[in-house]
Ligand binder design. Structure first.
Ligand code: SAM
Ligand code: SF4
Length: 328
């Protein structure tokens, strides 16, 4: 038994949002007052998340990304990581985090063999970082960046390219990769801001970003991407790290998609752009057996839309969710 869609794509990667809560208020993700968080009992419990992951791993999922909201805001998150790390069918456990709360946990993350940390950092300037995230925590996050870079954990930086905010720092971020073993990834901004109503002055898409980089550097090496990679990757010769661009909004990466998502309230999503196909939490709370869960996952994945445009068209309402409920 495995998870395969009708286009032949095998699903092996789960993105699981462990909470909808967050300690920051990034402008592109949510309004200043935050989102309407759900009642605690509507969130999946750790036991439910463990079960979902176990069942999916028996169907061939071997990679899990934990995201949110901010995963480290949820109480006992480290104990949950510990339990997940006992699942020997998982080859990789990765975490996406804003880094503001993790500096004391780095040793533990190494001990648990967490594979990679994706650290979100959209500016290297304290004032600007505070403006984007609406919280003045840059110094702590940058300190965490440096600690992570020295650790055994792989480090990727997530930089959402925001017109009118940080496009003049694209080169500064690439320059970080000169001496640091990091993978900087520029993400196209998407309209998932919880009705934050941010006006984009101009569209900073993949093409525009790479054109800017090519104008600055005389040689930019194109790296061979891993199948199902979400980013197109590059390197400046002799730089220690790499950089990449994630065409999240222009969606040119859908052909090789191997991903499914489960939100903090248990909504199963075949695609970032779909509206949610069914609620796994309710299905489990109504007494579903592991076999029933497996059958549901198999038949739902079979219906995975061909790409993000088709998924978006099928949802029939505007995308007004916050990325913190979807899980980025
Ligand atoms: N709180 C954690 C963090 O910020 O890393 C994890 C959750 S966050 C929703 C996951 C990723 O989604 C982050 O890298 C964030 O920058 C990205 N993201 C959030 N809203 C976005 C948007 N509207 N467009 C593009 N990326 C977005
Ligand atoms: Fe929080 Fe991450 Fe959203 Fe920023 S991007 S508000 S850190 S969930």
């Amino acid at each position: 038994m495995e998870l395969r869609d009708k286009f032949g794509r095998k699903i092996s990667y789960l993105r699981l949002a462990v909470t909808d809560r967050c300690n920051l208020r990034c402008q592109y993700c949510m309004p200043a007052h935050g989102i309407d968080i759900v009642d605690r009992k509507e969130l999946l419990s750790y036991k439910e998340m463990y079960r979902i992951t176990r069942v999916l791993s028996e169907l061939g999922v071997n990679k899990v990304r934990l995201t949110g909201g901010e995963p480290f805001v949820r109480k006992d998150f480290i104990s949950f990581l510990e339990s997940l790390s006992f699942n020997d069918k998982l080859d990789e456990i990765n975490i996406t985090t804003n880094g503001a709360l993790i500096s004391n946990h780095i040793d533990k993350l190494e001990e648990l063999n967490i594979n990679a940390i994706n650290l979100s950092i959209d500016s290297l300037q304290r004032d600007r970082f505070a403006k984007i995230t609406r919280r003045d925590v840059f110094l702590g996050v940058y300190d965490t960046l440096e600690k992570l870079e020295k650790s055994n954990l792989k480090l990727k930086l997530n930089v959402v390219v925001q017109s009118g905010f940080n496009t003049d720092e694209i080169i500064d971020f690439i320059e970080l990769s000169k001496t640091k073993d990091i993978a900087v990834r520029f993400i196209e901004e998407m309209p998932f801001n919880g009705k934050g109503q941010r006006e984009m002055k101009e569209e900073w898409n993949f093409k525009k970003i790479i054109n800017l980089v090519n104008e600055h550097y005389s040689i930019v090496e194109t790296l061979k991407d891993k199948k199902s990679s979400t980013s197109r990757n590059f390197k400046i010769p002799n730089y220690k790290g790499t950089f990449g661009i994630i065409p999240a909004f222009t969606r040119t990466i859908c052909n090789d998609c191997n991903r499914i998502r489960i939100t903090a309230t248990g909504m199963f999503k075949n695609c970032l752009f779909d509206g949610g196909v069914f609620n796994v939490r309710d299905f489990m709370r109504n007494g579903a057996s592991d076999d029933e869960l497996k059958q549901l996952f198999i038949s739902t994945v079979h219906k995975k839309p061909e790409n993000g445009f088709i998924a978006e068209a099928a949802r029939g309402n505007d995308v007004s969710e916050s990325m913190s409920t979807i899980g980025g």
